[in-house]
Every structure is written in structure tokens, then in C-alpha cells.
Design a protein around this ligand. Structure first.
Ligand SMILES: Cc1cc2nc3c(=O)[nH]c(=O)nc-3n(C[C@H](O)[C@H](O)[C@H](O)COP(=O)(O)OP(=O)(O)OC[C@H]3O[C@@H](n4cnc5c(N)ncnc54)[C@H](O)[C@@H]3O)c2cc1C
Length: 357
């Protein structure tokens, strides 16, 4: 089997593009394929800016807020800069990095992967790409039963200039609002739920806005369903990376900052192993991405999210009021997925409702 590429990456969302840029920087010959390789990313991505471990990407925000409020039983402000990712700039930065290191973009689709003695073939309609290792970053995970669900809209109106990060109502969902000049991106969010009720969230958002004297809009509607407990595939020749690989933080639904950290880890592992036995490179990358501590951490996050999904609206407020009383460093590390399993378990033990698990 002739292998022109060391790595073929399927998917050009954040996971695929970050992986491609990191693999290119690590000196690997990379092919990156998707049905529309440079299609604009869709979601309104938000991040805690300090969690983005890449100065250029951290600097590429469409807006940044230093006053970030949360409302449980009372309103308070949390420390940290929150940013709305400038998606077009992130895409341009990553594309430039890819082009600088010779990454080849191909129009194609992964339908199946066939493994051979010298490498693996990505096969799909009009697609037949061979590489020593294949990374699947195609999003759309299957097998989850717990979701973060949100209905978002861009509206005209004045909600002040603060970022409203988590403003609980009386129904168990919360408002997430990013003001931007005359417009505001507003989203009604169920943090962790087994029920995907987008229409219900839309109606709650409109009722909430009506109380504030604002009306919903039809511009920029975002229907958000994030799988929180998608299964993590085991070690395999096919490497999975991104939302399709159980990498979303089950406590928060966040993924981007984790991908920024994880892409160089993936690339370093592939670079170290790609010249060896082709069967070994995938499992080695899996071990680098999923050491036992990270798997334990994920189980704890899922256990916590399962409890959160069962809480009544009033219990949710109590839970998050306690969360925002945790020491700032602990809280930030929890959100950033930086607490090791021991620290995470001990922080969780300080939270109401979780200790009864
Ligand atoms: C509405 C929404 C809002 C979110 N907001 C945030 C946020 O604010 N902050 C945060 O950190 N996370 C957020 N997330 C979670 C996560 O960051 C996103 O889901 C992110 O887009 C996942 O990136 P990805 O590259 O894994 O998958 P995707 O972005 O889904 O990209 C998948 C890529 O694979 C391609 N593809 C699909 N099928 C194939 C195939 N068969 N062959 C080849 N290519 C294929 C697609 O064309 C696309 O290029 C959000 C998720 C959603 C759904």
C-alpha cells in the first residue's frame, strides 16, 4: 500500500483543524478531508480566555468580557475574562498554520476505514486516501444519554454590557447572554438533561425576554445539543479526536480549550510512533490522550452531571450557589477540566447533593 501521508484527518471542525495544524507543526505529512474542507464553523463558541493554551488563538476573540455575572439565589460576579471566539479568525489562523507546513486539504468523506499492513484507507464516495494513521474528527457522537441543550437567538435590545454567564430562572434552565453593541446573543440552556426539548427552551427564552421588555428574534437561531456522556472509544488503530470521541467536558459542555491543549499531545504521540509498526501508533495516541487519570476524571464529571440532571430548579440554584463559593482556583480548574481525579473528587465532596451519589 503506497502511503503518501503519515496522517489522514477526517473533519475540519475545531478538532480536525487543530489536529491538522499540530500534526503539520510536528513534521508529519498530513491530509485533511471533509465534504467542504473550509466551510465556516457554525456555533457561537465561548471560552474562558485564560484556558486557551495558545496565545494567538486566545487573542482571536470577537468580544471579551471582564464582568461576568452569575445568578443563583443572588447575583454575583465571577473572576476571569470570557470571550466569544472569532470563528473566522480561528479558522484562518489554523488554515495558515496548515498551509505553512504543507497540509493537503481534500474534498472527501469518511464512510469507512480499512486497515492494511502499511497503513489505513479512508474510503467514501469519491474518497480513497491512504495514510499510516487515520484520525477521525467528524463530530456527531453517538451513544450519549445526557445532553446539554440550548436554544439561542440574536436579538436587538439592551441587556447591559455584562456577560450573563448563568442566570437561573425558576424552570431549571439558565440564560446565557453575550451583549454585543445593539445586539445580544441570548441562549436558554439546560446544563445537563436527558430530554431534548428545544421548543420548550425557546418558549422559556421568549417568556424570560418578555419579562425584560424584549422580544425574541429569528436572526442567528442556534439549536444546540451537546452530547455530554458520549462513550470514549477504546485504543484502536483509528484515532478519534474531538466531540465524536467523548472529549467534551461532561460538567460544562465545553470542548475548545481542551482541544487546543490536546492537539499537540496527539501530534507528538503520532510523530513519535508513526514510523514504527502502523498498528501501534493509534493505540499509543489513545494512551497519550486518555491516561488513567483523565479517564477517572471523566467518570467523576459524568457522575456529577447525572446528579445535576436530576436536581429540581431550586436545588440547581443551591448547587451552583455552592459551586461559586468554591475557592476561585478550584472552580476555574474544574471548569477548565484541569482538576486531577483526586482534587476533583475532593471538590465534589464539598458540593451539596453530589455526596449522596
Ligand atoms: C451549538 C453548539 C455550541 C457549542 N458551544 C461551545 C462553546 O461555546 N464552547 C465550547 O468549548 N464548546 C462548545 N460546543 C462544543 C464543541 O466545542 C463543538 O461541538 C465543536 O464544534 C466540536 O468540534 P469537532 O471538530 O469535534 O466537531 P464539529 O465541529 O461537528 O466538526 C465536524 C467536522 O467533520 C466533518 N465531517 C462530518 N462527517 C464527516 C465525514 N463522514 N467525513 C469527513 N468529514 C466529516 C464536518 O464537515 C466538520 O468539518 C458547542 C457545540 C454546539 C453543538
Amino acid at each position: 500500500m503506497h502511503t503518501r501521508f503519515d496522517v489522514a484527518i477526517a473533519g475540519t471542525g475545531p478538532a480536525g483543524m487543530l489536529a491538522a495544524a499540530a500534526c503539520g507543526a510536528a513534521g508529519l505529512r498530513v491530509a485533511c478531508l471533509a465534504p467542504v474542507p473550509h466551510a465556516a464553523w457554525g456555533p457561537v463558541y465561548g471560552v474562558w480566555v485564560d484556558d486557551v493554551a495558545d496565545a494567538e488563538l486566545a487573542g482571536a476573540m470577537a468580544a471579551v468580557w471582564s464582568r461576568v455575572s452569575v445568578q443563583t439565589h443572588r447575583t454575583e460576579y465571577v473572576q476571569g475574562l470570557y470571550g466569544r471566539v472569532d470563528r473566522a479568525r480561528w479558522q484562518a489562523i489554523l488554515r495558515d498554520r496548515c498551509e505553512a507546513t504543507g497540509v493537503t486539504f481534500l474534498t472527501g468523506r469518511l464512510d469507512r476505514v480499512e486497515h492494511g499492513a502499511d497503513g489505513s484507507r479512508v474510503i467514501g464516495p469519491d474518497t480513497d486516501v491512504t495514510a499510516r494513521v487515520v484520525v477521525q474528527a467528524t463530530g456527531s457522537p453517538e451513544g450519549a444519554s445526557l445532553f446539554q441543550v440550548a436554544w439561542g437567538e440574536v436579538i436587538e435590545g439592551d441587556l447591559g454590557q455584562d456577560m450573563r454567564w448563568m442566570e437561573f430562572g425558576d424552570d431549571g434552565s439558565f440564560l446565557y447572554a453575550m451583549p454585543d453593541g445593539e445586539r445580544v446573543f441570548v441562549e436558554e440552556t439546560s446544563l445537563a438533561t436527558r430530554v431534548i426539548d428545544l421548543d420548550g427552551l425557546r418558549d422559556r427564552l421568549h417568556a424570560r425576554l418578555a419579562k425584560l421588555g424584549l422580544s425574541g428574534g429569528s436572526v442567528g437561531v442556534e439549536r444546540c445539543v451537546i452530547a455530554l456522556d458520549a462513550p470514549v472509544p477504546g485504543p484502536d488503530r483509528l484515532v478519534r479526536f474531538g466531540s465524536n470521541a467523548g472529549m467534551v467536558n461532561p460538567s460544562t459542555g465545553y470542548l475548545l480549550a481542551r482541544l487546543v491543549e490536546a492537539a499537540p499531545v496527539l501530534a507528538a504521540s503520532l510523530a513519535a510512533n508513526v514510523e514504527g509498526r502502523v498498528e501501534a501508533a493509534g493505540p499509543a495516541a489513545w494512551n497519550a490522550l486518555w491516561p488513567a487519570s483523565r479517564r477517572a476524571q471523566r467518570l467523576l464529571h459524568i457522575a456529577g452531571a447525572q446528579v445535576v440532571a436530576r436536581l429540581s430548579p431550586s436545588q440547581l440554584k443551591t448547587f451552583f450557589a455552592a459551586f461559586f463559593r468554591l475557592p476561585a482556583g478550584t472552580r476555574r480548574a474544574w471548569l477548565a477540566d484541569h482538576l486531577g481525579p483526586v482534587e476533583l473528587a475532593s471538590a465534589m465532596a464539598r458540593m451539596p447533593f453530589l455526596v449522596e451519589v
